[in-house]
Design a protein around this ligand. Structure first.
Ligand SMILES: [Fe+2]
Length: 398
């Protein structure tokens, strides 16, 4: 008996002209970026096959707000320690600046570790070059201060508790870390295309609140000369106004961020931004840690990348931030974690034990079984069996 004709690839293709497809028009709309580039051709990214052009009025040819003809009279965000001012800045402009988010000592420690790591990776010949500059990835493995940063531990980030509060308010509690990496802007590098960090969701644009929230640690003083991050203040509102599949009109110009090292910029996942062009002679770094809802597929695949020694000493909170705490709709392993609430330290969603078993070469997965399976297979020391037993064990029982 042949396969019914309706199921053959030829017939399916024949019966699926673009005009009849379900939501293809929406997915292919290219909005809101298509209309944005039409209305603002100066936002077109550079042609990276050519040297970077200057004198064409594109978005990277700008300066800091206080020197900018358009922006100098606006009350744009300034570094502050006042959480109420930060809420105002985030609502109004899509970003805020946490003044001395890192203390001088914390800044020196994190900056020193990052610079040393960047150099080490260059010497090892494994540095990650981008058209913008060197990236240093998976910071969790590259110094305790970075793991503490993911936890917003005040020992590493003095503004940690304030940042936790703002991210809780923005994403809802239980948020996890999307990735934590350092973005270099190297002398002579290209600027990034202006983008929104929740871009993978497009053409959906969440209207009421962002779906991603970035915390960016300035590990150098930044301004217009060394590739201070480009932002279009308030552009998150234009994105929200466009809504799902909507269009964007004319936008105001971009500025370079100006702030001291140790400042932390918090920004809305709908804010247009990108690395600036570094015209100085020194490499400059910022470290970006975006955060997402607990079920989102993370940018960094921490379950695979976190070093065994970091994993072993990780606090329940760090495990949670890395997505190693399953929640019913995300991060389950062999069904373990279905039904888990995703809380810090919940035994019912503790994924670490699977990764540890894998590291030890002892991860035994459940495969094909049936009534005729030999006892050996039925009684096997499956990792899932251990996980289920440990989840059932009372708390007091180690
Ligand atoms: Fe970005």
């Amino acid at each position: 008996m042949g396969i019914p004709k309706e199921f053959t690839p030829e017939t399916v293709r024949e019966q699926s002209p673009d005009s009849e497809q379900l939501y293809t028009d929406f997915w292919r709309s290219g909005e809101p970026f298509k209309s944005m580039l039409e209305a603002n051709p100066w936002l077109m990214p550079p042609d990276m096959r050519k040297p970077l052009e200057w004198g064409t009025g594109r978005y990277w040819e700008t300066t800091v707000a206080r020197k900018h003809d358009y922006w100098r009279d606006f009350e744009l965000p300034k570094p502050t320690k006042d959480i109420r001012q930060m809420r105002h800045d985030l609502r109004e402009w899509g970003f805020c600046l946490v003044e001395e988010g890192l203390s001088d000592a914390q800044y020196a420690r994190m900056r020193g570790r990052l610079r040393a790591q960047a150099e080490g990776e260059r010497l090892a010949g494994i540095e990650q070059r981008t058209p913008f500059g060197q990236y240093v990835n998976t910071l969790v493995n590259k110094g305790r201060c970075f793991a503490q940063c993911i936890e917003q531990d005040p020992e590493a980030v003095q503004a940690g508790p304030l940042i936790e509060q703002i991210v809780d308010e923005t994403l809802g509690p239980g948020w996890i870390c999307h990735s934590f990496l350092a973005n270099g802007a190297d002398p002579g590098g290209y600027p990034q295309g202006l983008h929104i960090d929740q871009g993978p969701l497009m053409p959906w644009v969440t209207v009421e609140a962002p779906a991603l929230f970035n915390t960016m640690y300035l590990l150098d003083d930044v301004d217009e000369s060394n590739g201070g991050t480009l932002v279009i203040p308030g552009s998150h509102k234009a994105m929200a106004a466009a809504g799902n599949g909507g269009t964007i009109g004319k936008l105001p110009p971009a500025i370079n961020l100006e702030a001291r090292g140790g400042t932390i910029m918090l920004f809305d996942g709908r804010l247009l931004h990108g690395t600036g062009a570094n015209r100085s002679s020194d490499q400059r770094f910022v470290a970006t840690m975006s955060n997402v809802k607990p079920w989102t597929r993370q940018q960094e695949n921490w379950a695979l990348s976190v070093a065994p020694e970091v994993l072993e000493s990780a606090s329940p909170k760090l495990l949670h931030r890395m997505g190693l705490q399953a929640i019913v709709y995300g991060g389950t392993v062999e069904g373990f974690g279905l039904g888990a609430r995703g809380g810090v330290g919940d035994r019912g969603g503790a994924i670490k034990q699977f990764r540890s078993a894998l590291d030890a070469g002892e991860y035994r997965r459940v495969g094909e079984l049936d009534a005729d399976s030999p006892d050996e297979d039925l009684q096997r020391d499956y990792t899932l069996r251990h996980a289920l037993a440990s989840a059932r064990r009372p708390r007091s029982d180690p």
